[in-house]
Design a protein. Structure first.
Length: 185
């Protein structure tokens, strides 16, 4: 029997090759940062600023871009699964994040502001996005639903009222629905 031919084999979710997740988890557990020592101080400031806003943030910086940008999100997820909180993973040209408290929409909005080429500036921009007031889409949606429902109810009430009102004397009357009233002089 011939072996089946697979036209498409999806890539397995994985972390970048050569990255030791256990070492990274140990470093972020100790300081909140796993990064080259020359930029660690600036990243610690971003972690502390996030902490002041009640957010547990860990930052991981890799020296090289992985083959696939999804590997950074996989790494962030692996670190977050062990350490918890919010994890930002940066490489020279890619970014990934994970959080057990922040929505994916907000994370990706923060990620959009990290493509600076400077990990410290990128981390500061990410923290800025996470701590700034967010648009309350649920409240806006509920308000719109209430306005539309009120408009619909008012329109329906006016139509019912118009149908049930009898024409006043002196007003022309139609013989049947849909006909134009005939005026007599």
């Amino acid at each position: 029997m011939p072996e089946p031919i697979f036209a498409f084999v999806p890539l397995a979710a994985d972390v970048p090759p050569g990255v030791d997740v256990d070492t990274i988890v140990a470093e972020v557990a100790a300081t909140g940062v796993s990064a080259p020592s020359d930029i660690e101080g600036g990243l610690l400031d971003a972690v502390q600023r996030a902490e002041q806003h009640g957010m547990e943030l860990s930052i991981v910086v890799l020296r090289e871009d992985p083959r696939h940008d999804s590997q950074l999100r996989d790494l962030a997820t692996a670190v977050g699964a062990q350490d918890g909180g919010t994890v930002l993973v940066l490489s020279p040209g890619q970014v990934g994040s994970f959080s057990d408290t922040v929505s994916r929409v907000v994370l990706e909005s923060g990620q959009d502001r990290t493509y600076t080429g400077n990990p410290v500036v990128a981390a500061d921009n990410f923290v800025d996005t996470l701590v700034e007031p967010q648009t309350h889409w649920t409240l806006i949606t509920v308000a719109l639903i209430v306005v539309v429902a009120a408009g619909t109810a008012i329109t329906a009430g006016l139509k019912i009222r118009r149908r049930t009102e009898k024409p006043q004397s002196g007003e022309p009357q139609a013989d049947s629905p849909g006909e134009r009233p005939v005026q007599t002089s």
